[in-house]
Design a binder for this molecule. Structure first.
Ligand SMILES: NC(=O)C1=CN([C@@H]2O[C@H](COP(=O)(O)OP(=O)(O)OC[C@H]3O[C@@H](n4cnc5c(N)ncnc54)[C@H](OP(=O)(O)O)[C@@H]3O)[C@@H](O)[C@H]2O)C=CC1
Ligand SMILES: CC(C)CCC[C@@H](C)[C@H]1CC[C@H]2C3=CC=C4C[C@@H](O)CC[C@]4(C)[C@H]3CC[C@]12C
Length: 535
């Protein structure tokens, strides 16, 4: 349907208020991938009239000069793209007319039909095939990991429904996490959405993590058999988690609160399965809690941390202390403590700011983390590694160092931005004054802000040096199981995939849209992503 208001707005471009509004809109369209589908498609439908007006030079379009804001650049690029699209469309119409009128030869006709079908098929693959395959593959495989890792526990269909132990264990864990989200700790405000909604999170991550570890150590000191029981019941535990996670995803999908205008799901041309996979609400709340905080750091990361500790204690109880197993499990426990200590940083990540609460995030954290992410430590209980204490010590130290550097890089960004905001001139980075590029950007709710892109410290070594440290720590905790083939490398391969995808297809796209020229400048000054001089 043609959106008359948008056309009217474009015609009124001479009015400075309208100009600002349209710039904001164009920025939102380019910065918010999902929102683009809602507003963008309206604009595209009004495209014919709208872009033609622009083409007839109602608004002379000049390339923005270097000093103009990223919003102006975004508006300019948006209009340019509109023009290109119209030109492309006219070209397609012409081609089609020629095809019919001149009776093109069959070979060319085939080519045309084929390219038309390619577009169609790519959408089918994206919206139907990919999410269905991933969904089935990961749900089924998550249920098989416990039996692959522990051949003494063959798969039984009744595991799919859990057992008394698994339901008791998981409900205790959930109640514990819910309790911590209701304790009177500080509240942290997340990034506002385009309609001004600001999610609120509970800020007691590290205390929650350390207390939970403390309680587990206490329980296992009194009765270490408890950890063995958890290990032996992993099949039913994952059955229980699968039932709960799928129920939650179906509930979130079905309730879809459009009236809160928080759901930025893509246009209706996507499929039901695609929407179910990616979720429909951005910041759903349940019983006074933010669903993403509950499922992601509070349950997902907690289970990842807890199960690692439990499997290590179970292995110790069953076979005696093993240094290799210690390295694999405890490095992950430490890495997750780091994660909990940076929980407020986590609230600025894509998962929390842009991604809806759907199968990918909620099921991923509730089932994929405790099944796949913990698999190495689980596997090593039955397959005790044979590395010497000296080698284990070396791997452990390198792993700790990598985790610390990863943490340090996050802290450098955070501290530098804080220092600039508070006007602290004393702040130094690696004993020097911090060097950074000032970058202007618009928040999704249309407010212009300025921030700093560091060119010094780790951020000046490579743009994604923290991911390099993540890879190094992952390699260190995978190496003890090297003698058992690919099994202990599955996690590393997965993380390599998601971090490379995240960098190239998400973070760089986000930053170049958000910061425009400042980001291009940063990429020029720090040209490498992961390894300086190489990649
Ligand atoms: N194990 C796993 O499965 C995964 C682990 N992780 C870990 O999670 C942690 C957080 O990851 P993530 O949020 O993806 O990445 P980062 O912590 O690297 O944050 C990236 C953001 O930092 C800002 N930024 C980019 N360049 C600069 C610069 N030069 N100076 C200052 N700020 C800059 C940008 O956002 P803005 O300017 O908006 O702040 C950018 O989007 C990492 O430690 C990572 O290792 C991440 C993904 C998966
Ligand atoms: C559906 C599945 C095939 C895929 C699910 C993937 C998700 C479980 C993971 C995708 C991104 C992951 C994370 C991002 C950043 C993190 C910060 C770090 O400090 C701790 C780990 C994590 C929360 C991590 C957790 C798993 C993902 C959400």
């Amino acid at each position: 349907m043609l959106d008359a208001r948008l056309v009217a707005l474009v015609k009124d471009y001479g009015n400075p208020e309208t100009k600002d509004y349209l710039r904001g809109l164009a920025y939102n369209m380019t910065s918010l991938r999902k929102y683009r589908y809602n507003i963008g498609l309206n604009i595209l439908e009004a495209n014919e009239e709208l872009v033609n007006n622009l083409q007839e030079n109602e608004m002379p379009l000049t390339q923005p000069v270097a000093s103009t804001s990223s919003a102006t650049t975004a508006t300019y690029e948006f209009i340019q793209r509109g023009r290109k699209r119209t030109a492309q469309r006219n070209l397609n119409f012409d081609k089609e007319r020629r095809r019919v009128q001149n009776k093109l030869n069959p070979c060319k006709q085939m080519k045309f039909i084929f390219s038309f079908k390619m577009v169609h098929w790519s959408e089918i693959i994206k919206y139907h095939v990919n999410p269905s395959i991933i969904l089935i593959l990961v749900t089924v495989s998550s249920q098989f990991f416990p039996h692959v890792g522990n051949p003494e526990r063959p798969f039984k269909p009744q595991h799919l429904f859990g057992n008394l132990f698994s339901w008791t264990f998981i409900s205790t864990l959930i109640s514990w996490a819910v309790l911590w989200l209701h304790l009177p700790f500080d509240q942290i405000k997340g990034a506002p959405t385009s309609n001004g909604y600001q999610p609120v999170y509970r800020g007691n991550g590290l205390t929650y993590s350390l207390t939970t570890i403390g309680v587990l150590l206490l329980i296992s000191a009194v009765n270490p058999q408890q950890c063995v029981e958890v290990y032996q019941n992993m099949g039913p535990i994952l059955g229980t988690l699968n039932i709960l996670a799928l129920t939650l995803c179906i509930y979130l999908f079905a309730r879809e609160k459009q009236d809160q205008n928080q759901n930025l799901y893509e246009h209706k041309k996507t499929s039901m399965i695609y929407k179910f996979f990616n979720g429909v609400e951005l910041h759903p709340r349940l019983l006074g809690m933010d669903v993403k905080q509950l499922t992601s750091p509070r349950l997902g990361n907690m289970m990842w941390q807890l199960f690692n500790l439990i499997f290590f204690i179970a292995g110790w109880k069953l076979h005696g202390f093993n240094a290799g197993h210690f390295v694999t499990s405890i490095l992950q426990v430490v890495s997750l403590c780091k994660s909990f200590s940076l929980e407020d940083y986590y609230f600025t990540m894509f998962e929390m700011v842009e991604d809806n609460a759907g199968f990918f995030l909620c099921w991923g954290c509730l089932v994929w983390l405790p099944s796949f992410y913990t698999f190495q430590s689980y596997f090593l209980v039955h397959h005790q590694p044979n590395i010497s204490n000296e080698w284990a010590g070396i791997l452990f130290l390198i792993g700790l160092l990598a985790i610390y550097f990863n943490y340090d890089m996050c802290m450098q960004k955070r501290q530098c931005r804080k220092a600039v905001e508070s006007g602290n001139k004393e702040f130094t980075l690696w004993r020097n004054k911090p060097i950074y590029i000032s970058a202007k950007y618009l928040t999704p709710d249309g407010i212009q802000k300025e921030t700093q892109l560091l060119v010094a410290g780790w951020w000046g070594v490579a743009r994604r040096m923290n991911y390099t440290f993540e890879f190094i720590s992952t390699i260190m905790w995978s190496l003890p199981g090297v003698e058992f083939g690919i099994w202990c490398w599955l996690y590393f391969i997965f993380v390599l995939g998601i971090l490379v995808h995240r960098t190239v297809y998400r973070d760089e796209v986000k930053c170049s849209r958000k910061y425009g020229r400042a980001w291009v400048e940063y990429c020029k000054r720090v040209p490498y992503r992961f390894i300086p001089t190489l990649f």
